[in-house]
Ligand binder design. Structure first.
Ligand SMILES: Nc1ncnc2c1ncn2[C@@H]1O[C@H](COP(=O)(O)OP(=O)(O)OP(=O)(O)O)[C@@H](O)[C@H]1O
Ligand SMILES: [Mg+2]
Length: 246
């Protein structure tokens, strides 16, 4: 069953078209990697899906509903690329603030925050100001806020970026655990090793076009790195000489 269907996103920014007919779908219960080189418009695509910026034309179905309805928004989670964090909130206060958006309060909210802080290994740092959190701690508290509402569909923009191998493993283990308990995960990245180990399917975006859609990772013949480089180079070449056969 498709949990997210995105059809024909066209987006223009500063008078330049930056997305051309981006089209893909995500199945319920999978980890879907949205890959692309730096600056390939991955974040822009995710922002379009989440209604943070408006494409010129597109159609989208989220959780079986047409468009991103308020009802659907309650059932999705999102961790942005650079989580905007309030320096003078503690980790616990930050999560409390985010939980309140979903109507969580009182004991239910405090219990959920305890659970999350344990889950992401920040329980001891729960009362520390965010301004004193290191990179990995900020990344983890951002991840915790994205799942505070136990989302059915989770969007993560570069969840492993800037983390050391231990931090990356912790995030990967958490994502697999979430997937195994029924959460569908869509994430942007260019860290291929991480994708290879946890993603069920992938897409590749390169310079305004989706060049691979819904490829099963386990079915790839060689390494994902080789596949990725080959597809991107082939597409770059095609853009330089559009007359040659793709
Ligand atoms: N509103 C905007 N107007 C003009 N340019 C923009 C705008 N938003 C982003 N860009 C630029 O467009 C390019 C693509 O942006 P985007 O963040 O979507 O790519 P990305 O694939 O997520 O990149 P990264 O791998 O670095 O996260 C970047 O070079 C960015 O600086
Ligand atoms: Mg990005």
């Amino acid at each position: 069953m498709k949990i997210l269907e995105v059809q024909k996103i066209d987006k223009t920014l500063a008078k330049k078209q930056v997305l051309f007919g981006v089209d893909f779908s995500v199945k319920k219960g999978e980890i879907y990697g949205f890959l692309g080189p730096n600056g390939a418009w991955k974040t822009t695509t995710m922002k379009c899906i989440l209604g943070l910026i408006k494409p010129e034309s597109w159609s989208i179905k989220v959780l079986g509903q047409d468009g991103l309805t308020i009802e659907a928004k309650k059932r999705i989670g999102f961790m942005p690329e650079n989580t905007y964090l309030y320096k003078y909130l503690t980790g616990r206060e930050f999560l409390r603030f985010n939980g309140s958006f979903f109507g969580l309060k009182g004991e239910e909210l405090e219990t959920r925050i305890d659970e999350l802080l344990h889950e992401v290994g920040l329980f001891e740092a729960g009362n520390t100001y965010l301004k004193n959190y290191s990179k990995w701690m900020l990344q983890r508290v951002g991840l915790a806020q994205s799942i505070i509402n136990k989302p059915e569909l989770l969007f993560l923009d570069e969840p492993m970026s800037g983390l050391d191998p231990i931090g990356r493993k912790m995030v990967k283990d958490l994502l697999v655990k979430l997937r195994d308990s029924g959460t569908t995960i869509f994430f942007n990245t260019h860290i291929l090793a991480d994708v290879e180990s946890i993603c069920d399917r992938i897409s590749i975006i390169n310079k305004w076009y989706l060049i691979v859609e819904g490829e099963k990772v386990e079915k790839l013949k060689g390494t994902l790195e080789n596949f990725f480089i080959e597809k991107v180079e082939e597409h770059d070449e095609y853009l330089k000489n559009p007359d040659t056969k793709k």
